[in-house]
Design a protein around this ligand. Structure first.
Ligand code: UDP
Length: 322
């Protein structure tokens, strides 16, 4: 199969590229290298089944040309990371709404199967757990960046869903919960790479809020394993799937765990949300997926636990700084 991966030089996209190339597929990446990095995919450049195109999903002619030449599309290109969304709301909105619209419309023009990556932010402040795909969304004001991001991704989902129902375009939607692993950067807010780099450089570990909020983290290898199975599962078409782990930890406990695992002298400090992000910022107290739907379809079970996840990030940053 020949795949187009938008955002393929990013953290998840680069692991997906590795996996597909390993399977013997062909991969074309479209990435503007805004948050993605050349170094994430540089090792693939020597492979003749791999091609990196540097450009934007907002470039309709380029998207048209690339979609025409592939069998299926993984649409990962997006502005992500709470910090990035809060700092650059307009650019984030344009990429996430207009960009996705262009990619989905083009997929329709050539009738190519497309898998859209959405997010657990869809559920907003719904802290019931485990969250099922058809559970309610509970959102704050759309004038707050976090909720506008959630809304933008919901529009992507709606477009993909409607194109499938109304026009017969084969679309699959996945909602990724906190995904972690090598190559993830802490620059846009993601907590584990931030804590690990803070611990490795003996800096204070910055826990936002009181640290009692909890998350479930999934290793990127488990995510890309699920994505490659889903795109080939006929019954996945027209459906939405949560992908995540149910191993829950508070952010305070996560900070302690990172300190212990790195034997770091770093201390935990507590930073108010207003200071960490923006005035009036709202966090989610808890977020856990119900993954029974994807498990039933493709036999999804996380294979790497939280300790393994943290270890892989520690190794990555240790080797990077050597
Ligand atoms: N967080 C933190 N310190 C940091 C970065 C993040 O305490 O330096 C918290 C953040 O407020 C949230 C959790 O860690 O409660 C997970 O944040 P992340 O941005 O990784 O993911 P998301 O908020 O999208 O779940």
């Amino acid at each position: 199969m020949r795949y187009l991966i938008t955002g393929g030089a990013g953290f998840i996209g680069s692991h997906l590229s590795d996996k597909l190339i390993e399977k013997g597929d062909e991969v074309i990446i479209l990435d503007n290298l805004s948050t993605g990095k050349y170094e994430n995919v540089a090792h693939l450049e020597k492979n003749r089944d791999f091609k990196l195109v540097i450009g934007s999903i907002l470039d309709e002619r380029l998207v048209d040309k690339l979609v025409d030449g592939v069998d299926a599309i993984f649409h990962l290109a997006a502005a992500v990371g709470v910090d990035l969304i809060v700092k650059y709301p307009l650019e984030s909105m344009t990429t996430n709404i207009r960009g996705s619209e262009i990619v989905i419309e083009t997929a329709y023009r050539y009738h190519k199967k497309i898998l859209i990556t959405s997010t657990s932010e869809i559920y907003g402040k719904n802290i019931n757990g485990p969250l099922k795909e058809d559970d309610d969304r509970i959102l704050g004001s759309p004038l707050k960046s976090r909720w506008s991001y959630s809304t933008a991704k919901a529009i992507d989902e709606i477009l993909a869903y409607i194109y499938c129902k109304e026009k017969g375009l084969p679309t699959i939607i996945v909602r990724l919960f906190n995904t972690v692993g090598p190559r993830q950067t802490g620059a846009y807010g993601m907590v584990i790479p931030r804590f690990v780099t803070q611990a490795l450089t003996n800096k204070d570990i910055t826990v936002y809020g009181d640290g009692n909020q909890s998350r479930c983290f999934l290793h990127v290898a488990d995510v890309v394993g699920a994505l490659t199975k889903l795109i080939n599962a006929p019954d996945a078409i027209g459906e939405v799937f949560n992908i995540g782990s149910q191993e829950e930890i508070t952010i305070k406990a996560l900070a302690e765990k990172v300190i212990t695992m790195t034997a770091s002298p770093s201390k935990v400090i507590y930073v108010p949300y207003d200071q960490a992000y923006e005035r009036g910022f709202e966090d989610m107290a808890r977020r856990m997926p119900d993954t029974s739907k994807i498990d039933k379809l493709i036999g999804f079970k996380p294979t790497i636990n939280l300790e393994g996840i943290i270890r892989s990030v520690v190794e990555y940053y240790k080797n990077k700084n050597d």
